[in-house]
Ligand binder design. Structure first.
Ligand code: SF4
Length: 224
């Protein structure tokens, strides 16, 4: 299967799952609405397939280099050793794709953003409030996206958005973009190394064979 077909499958799955999510959240009083973007200060993670969809889009834009540079800067902020997610949230560092209070990649935003619906008052999402926030549990929908990624790519990884998208740009790059993108990833851990640093801190483990396979995969994603 070629990459464009794989990415199209993800778009179709997002559309299907959006319909399921809409039905599910109709039973709740959801506070999220247009112009509310507190969750865009979070350290969002996504899988390789989702990263490829965004990277493919970015690589086709005239301002791809400007975006790649922003992704690089954001990646350095995200991969600081021992960085605490809550601490990062309080720094109010917006996602690279947040433009004038709107998501500039709304149609292809990852599952972590797509299926997050808050049920507590919107003001409690303010990073400065440090409040407990209630959300509709749609993790099953995120799991479907992960499953599709597992079925489409061999094998896959999950990492913070800027790091993953920047590396995925290397995979989807047009010929004239490769050299610059290689330079921009200089000094950054690849998403797999990041995973291996962060997972033990989260008391999780990656089997060494899986790790090696994932490193190969991130350099040259195998489409199944
Ligand atoms: S991808 Fe879009 S919705 Fe997700 S954090 Fe970034 S700006 Fe917000």
């Amino acid at each position: 299967m070629n990459m464009q077909r794989v990415l199209e499958n993800l778009r179709l799955q997002y559309a299907d799952l959006d319909r399921v999510a809409k039905k599910a959240i109709s039973q709740f009083k959801v506070s999220c609405g247009k112009g509310c973007f507190a969750c865009c200060y979070q350290m969002t993670a996504l899988n390789t397939l989702e990263g490829l969809l965004i990277a493919d889009h970015v690589c086709r834009q005239e301002n791809w280099l400007e975006t790649a540079q922003k992704l690089r800067d954001a990646s350095f902020a995200y991969v600081k050793p021992g960085l605490d997610r809550a601490e990062h949230f309080r720094t109010r560092t917006p996602c690279v794709f947040l433009k004038d209070g709107n998501c500039s990649i709304y149609e292809i935003r990852p599952a972590a953003c797509r299926f997050l619906y808050v049920t507590t008052p919107a003001e409690l999402c303010d990073p400065a409030r440090d409040s407990d926030v209630g959300a509709v549990n749609l993790t099953e929908l995120e799991a479907h996206v992960f499953k599709l990624a597992e079925m489409s790519l061999h094998p896959i990884a999950s990492a913070p958005l800027p790091l993953m998208v920047l590396y995925c740009m290397l995979i989807t790059a047009l010929p004239h973009q490769e050299k610059m993108l290689n330079q921009l990833t200089n000094g950054l851990p690849d998403p797999i190394t990041w995973m291996n640093t962060i997972l033990p801190m989260m008391k999780m483990d990656v089997h060494p064979e899986t790790r090696d396979a994932m490193i190969d995969a991130i350099k040259k994603v195998g489409i199944q």
